[in-house]
Write a protein that binds this ligand. Structure first.
Ligand SMILES: [Zn+2]
Ligand SMILES: [Zn+2]
Length: 240
């Protein structure tokens, strides 16, 4: 078992050197490792867009009616969810770079790609709220990847970013480890609570990757109950 205090120090040390190296050496593409942009043009072209036909509510691949069977049986608390890309290939490399390699400078690029992909989707909202990370995870990493994407989007869309609108009430297991949808729902049930900052007039929830939407659904529920108005959701990538 590694000593958590010690690994913390090592992580900070490694991050310091990563940042220092970022300044000294030019950046490389997260997909092909070529010097230049963090996502080079060639790799950007390989990123699969999460394009229609999809359910108008949860954005799952679907081509029969406007709204998928799951959403008609049980409507999520959010009005609509959109994702820019399918979570695979270079898209996955970019998410992993932001999440695990401390490559925070990739967030503005990811927000730009979202903007480009979803240029005709502008939900009627007054604020942007990132899905909060468990406090321990944020501390060990030093920042929150959903919050970084949300901050960059808020600059582009001219909307306030309100990270304190939601609070992670307790830690949850990673959603990808849950066996099925009901397990995922159980895992996030009561995981979120209203934060110190109230929002109203419509809200856009932002996350980096979405698996089934049950985390977004849980967050949207809490926001709605605390008077946020209609909730829309957006992610950089979606696992299809
Ligand atoms: Zn590349
Ligand atoms: Zn649906």
């Amino acid at each position: 078992m590694p000593d958590p205090a010690r690994t913390g120090i090592v992580t900070i040390g490694v991050r310091f050197w990563e940042r220092a190296l970022d300044v000294v050496f030019p950046q490389r593409c997260v997909g092909c490792n070529e010097f230049g942009n963090l996502i080079c043009e060639k790799c950007a072209r390989t990123m699969a867009p999460a394009a229609p036909p999809r359910c108008d509510v949860c954005w799952t691949p679907w081509n029969q009616w406007r709204v998928c069977r799951d959403c008609r049986t049980r409507r999520p608390a959010f009005q609509q969810m959109r994702a820019a890309f399918v979570y695979e290939g270079v898209t996955r490399d970019a998410v992993i770079a932001l999440k695990f390699s401390g490559l925070s400078s990739i967030a503005p690029l990811m927000a730009g790609l979202i903007d480009e992909r979803l240029s005709d989707w502008r939900p009627p909202v007054k604020a942007i709220v990132p899905v909060p990370l468990a406090a321990g995870r944020k501390r060990s990493r030093g920042y929150d990847q959903a919050e970084m994407i949300a901050t960059e989007l808020s600059k582009r869309w001219g909307l306030p970013c309100e990270p304190r609108a939601l609070r992670r009430a307790r830690g949850t297991e990673p959603q990808v480890d849950q066996v099925d949808e009901s397990a995922r729902r159980r895992n996030v049930k009561d995981a979120f609570s209203p934060g110190s900052r109230g929002v109203e007039g419509g809200v856009l929830l932002v996350d980096d990757v979405v698996t089934t939407g049950s985390t977004l659904d849980a967050c949207a529920n809490v926001l709605m109950q605390s008077g946020s108005g209609a909730v829309f959701a957006l992610a950089f990538a979606r696992e299809d």
